[in-house]
Design a protein around this ligand. Structure first.
Ligand SMILES: [Zn+2]
Ligand SMILES: [Zn+2]
Length: 862
């Protein structure tokens, strides 16, 4: 007799069927209005760049977010789960060059392709709120925000360095500079040029951005630490050394802002009482200033240019220093730079005692930190000590330790725990008192002041690119800089444009764009041709989702207030600094504009690990890219998603193994067959109560309720989804092991129904297609997504017996079975009565017994 052919789990049939049903119901994944009476939950995955292809990192990120969204829907929340596209940026221009496709076309067709992939994965997004940042309906609000920030003095222009390829005659982005050369001209060295650039004054919020981190306890500690370091607050003193020779110091660049802007912070902060040129240094240890034996300048310092103008040899040396600094910067490790310096032959005067010290230029001094100049105190600073030792500069002790130190290793002494010596009238003061005193004197003498500085720099937003938001400003010969009036927004990007990546900003070569009329005086004027950094787009997109089709405002404040802050934000840790600092800044600015009331964008942040293959990052060049489409074709979307949750803890890297996906697919097949086999029995139990279960029924229900408890706890914040999947697998194994008894009718129909029905519910966030199918097989009404999440019954979940491992001298000897509520004495007796324990301890002495009730017994035996 031919064996009955077993029915097969076929994701290729099940998944398209449900995908079509979900697509036909626009309410399925739609957020409800604020007055729906449910608590709100806003879950958000970072929006992707539309490259045209999802990669496995996306799949992982979205599988986590979608599981959480579905879980919250089942918990009865009004869930907002939107998706959009970070659609401006350089790759579209590169593609235009390569394939001669206009950036807009290329981008929109990529979006369409990726949306198909997302739909196949069964991701439950509220597509009615979709945004693409490259569309005028979105970027007009970037322009609107720019103007509001300009009016508040939070936007300004200043000269700044850019990468310039002389061959292309254009500005290069950092990622277009390869080993110091142009990416298109591999032997052409990239220059640094001064261009007038636009900046957001993010530093105005530096202190608040720092302080706010203390309250973000739903963010990973590593992200908060990275942001603290990035903001980099130091308290110290700015002090002027006087130049010993007459040459004047040039003004170090000035800001041009609107007339309503607050005055830029004064560079010197004090009235100059004489005309001597000054070198302003920043130090956190002004108490050591009598130990300063040189002043050191960054190679880019304005004064260095003056010195080298008359000294060709020095000029060459300084260029070498610059080159070394640039290389270290590119290598990403400025801190580890091998320190080099050159003496300039010039001298500076210590403002406190008139002592003459040499001026050096050094490669480790950064132009953009502090004032770009330091005083070097080798006796009390590790770095200065190293430098002075190398170049034979004087090392002088001016702080004496309070506690006696071996004289051989006395210097450098870098602690604050000392008193001043060799410091004239300040001898004997403690470091802290001396700092205060010296700051007062500097302020009185108008040669310095107490100062808090931040490592955080203002946000340069100008890009000399086409595919970005046009900056809504007009240059008029008569009126100067003029804002584009709100009524004329958006300033549209011209559609068809020749992309050559040569000869400067592409928009400057489009006369219809460039030439305009001044809104103030009506004379001919030019539009600004820079576009905005794409980080602008992603700094506020999540507010737009709350009211995505609004054409009168970026969003309705009341609606944003209902949804914000985001309850759970999920994305890669590579965005810890830029995106997540810029969005926090933007939130604070919008708050101060009166648009929102929250101080921070997201209450909780989760950063998932990377998806790698064979231990390496997936990349085309390594040929180890796994395509989501291929996985879905072979194993189904459910198996692909569930594997992404199962293969590693979500915060760790996941090494993609196709065998693992196949394994998950086989597991889902077992669940499908189990349900198939017992669906009829289960359906017959509907409406009947499960009365006082015992025996096998109790055993299975206990496992079920333990599994519910575990998964619920994980969704509430523990997020060990890998162990959740493992727990469901164990549950299914137990049910399969009982197959004979189930077939024999040993378990009543209502129990079978509860087991299978709950199994479908537990799978719904992670394998939504299969769950929907199982739900239908069991004859359940409505969508599983709207069925209430199961509650664990603690009485049923309680173990009546526990297995306790018994160790002898730390090694597992046996396992004893005791009542779940057994106390230490009962467990100890059970352990000592065990035959294996008796045999292993025969003739020896039990020195100590440690019992951890419910967990473990350890015997120390000699
Ligand atoms: Zn070039
Ligand atoms: Zn004008």
């Amino acid at each position: 007799m031919a064996e009955e052919k077993e029915l097969r789990y076929e994701p290729a049939t099940i998944e398209p069927k449900w995908q079509a049903r979900w697509a036909s119901n626009p309410k399925m994944f739609a957020a409800e209005p604020a007055d729906c009476g449910k608590p709100k939950y806003y879950v958000l995955e970072m929006l992707p760049y539309p490259s045209g292809q999802l990669h496995m990192g996306h799949v992982r990120n979205y599988s986590i977010g979608d599981a959480l969204a579905r879980h919250m829907w089942m918990r009865g929340y009004n869930v907002l789960h939107p998706m959009g596209w970070d659609a401006f940026g350089l790759p579209a221009e590169n593609a235009a060059l390569k394939h001669n496709t206009p950036p807009r076309e290329w981008t929109l067709s990529n979006i369409a392709a990726m949306k198909v992939q997302m739909d196949r994965l069964g991701l439950g997004y509220d597509w009615a709120r979709e945004i693409a940042t490259c569309l005028p309906e979105y970027y007009r609000w970037n322009q609107w925000f720019f103007l509001r920030m300009y009016e508040k003095g939070l936007v300004y222009r200043k000269k700044s360095k850019v990468n310039w390829c002389p061959e292309c005659a254009t500005v290069l982005a950092n990622e277009q500079v390869v080993d110091g050369c142009c990416w298109r001209h591999e032997t052409t060295k990239v220059d640094q040029r001064d261009l007038v650039q636009w900046f957001y004054r993010i530093t105005a919020y530096a202190q608040e951005l720092l302080d706010g981190l203390d309250n973000l306890d739903g963010w990973p500690e590593k992200v908060r630490t990275m942001q603290r370091n990035w903001i980099g607050r130091s308290e110290g003193t700015e002090v002027d050394f006087f130049l010993d020779e007459g040459s004047g110091v040039r003004d170090q660049g000035s800001e041009v802002g609107p007339s309503t802007a607050p005055a830029a912070k004064s560079a010197s902060g004090s009235v100059q009482d004489d005309n001597r040129a000054r070198i302003r240094v920043f130090t956190t240890r002004v108490d050591t200033i009598f130990g300063a034996t040189s002043v050191q300048l960054a190679p880019q310092h304005a004064l260095v240019a003056e010195f080298t103008a008359h000294d060709a040899e020095l000029k060459v040396q300084v260029e070498e220093l610059l080159e070394q600094q640039k290389k270290a910067r590119e290598a990403g490790d400025l801190g580890a730079i091998e320190k080099h310096g050159v003496p300039t032959g010039r001298f500076a005067l210590n403002p406190y005692n008139g002592e003459r010290v040499p001026i050096w230029v050094a490669n480790y001094i950064l132009a953009d930190y502090g004032t770009g100049a330091i005083m070097s105190v080798p006796g009390h600073d590790e770095r200065d000590f190293e430098f002075a030792t190398k170049y034979g500069l004087e090392i002088r002790e001016v702080i004496q330790p309070v506690q006696e130190v071996e004289s051989a290793e006395r210097l450098p002494f870098c602690s604050h725990d000392g008193v001043l010596v060799n410091s004239g009238e300040f001898d004997g003061l403690s470091c802290v008192d001396a700092q205060k005193k010296l700051q007062e004197i500097a302020a009185q003498g108008a040669f310095g002041e107490a100062k808090v500085i931040f490592r955080l720099k203002d946000w340069g937003l100008s890009r000399q690119r086409y595919w970005g938001t046009p900056i809504p400003m007009i240059h008029c010969e008569q009126c100067g800089l003029v804002q584009v009036p709100d009524a004329q927004l958006p300033v549209l990007l011209p559609d068809r444009i020749e992309i050559t990546q040569q000869g400067g900003s592409p928009l400057s070569r489009v006369p219809e764009f460039l030439n305009t009329t001044c809104p103030k005086c009506g004379s001919a004027a030019r539009r600004e041709t820079d576009t905005m950094d794409t980080f602008v787009d992603s700094s506020w997109y999540f507010y737009r989702y709350t009211d995505a089709r609004n054409d009168r405002a970026p969003f309705d404040p009341a609606t944003a207030q209902y949804w914000f802050p985001i309850d759970q934000y999920i994305g890669g840790v590579e965005h810890a600094i830029l995106h997540l600092i810029y969005s926090r800044f933007w939130t604070k600015v919008m708050r101060d504009l009166g648009l929102i009331v929250n101080d921070e964008p997201a209450r909780r942040l989760f950063t998932q690990g990377m998806v790698i293959k064979d231990g390496a990052k997936m990349s085309k060049s390594k040929g180890n890219v796994v395509s989501p489409d291929e996985m879905i074709n072979k194993y189904g979307a459910d198996a692909t998603r569930m594997y992404a949750l199962f293969a590693a803890p979500p915060d760790r890297d996941l090494d993609w193994q196709e065998d693992g996906v196949a394994g998950v697919s086989r597991f889902l097949g077992r669940v499908w067959r189990l349900t198939e086999r017992y669906a009829t029995l289960a359906r017959s139990g509907r409406g009947q109560k499960v009365e006082a279960p015992s025996g096998l029924s109790l055993k299975l229900l206990r496992k079920l309720h333990q599994t519910i408890a575990k998964i619920t706890l994980d969704f509430e914040g523990r997020w060990h989804f890998n162990t959740c999947v493992a727990a469901i697998m164990e549950l299914v194994n137990e049910m399969q092991a009982a197959d004979g008894q189930l077939a024999g009718g040993e378990v009543p129909a209502p129990v079978v129904l509860e087991l299978l029905r709950t199994l479908a519910l537990l799978l719904a966030p992670m394998a939504p297609y299969l769950a929907a199918e199982l739900w239908e097989m069991l004859g359940e009404e409505g969508d599983v997504l709207r069925a209430p999440w199961p509650a664990s019954d603690p009485e049923l979940a309680k173990e009546d017996q526990l297995e306790i491992p018994v160790q002898i001298n730390g090694k597992l000897a046996t396992v004893v079975t005791v009542a779940a509520d057994a106390d230490a004495k009962v467990i100890e007796d059970a352990a000592l009565a065990d035959e294996k324990v008796k045999a292993r301890t025969a003739g020896k002495t039990v020195v100590k017994i440690v019992v951890v009730p419910g967990k473990l017994v350890n015997l120390v035996v000699k």
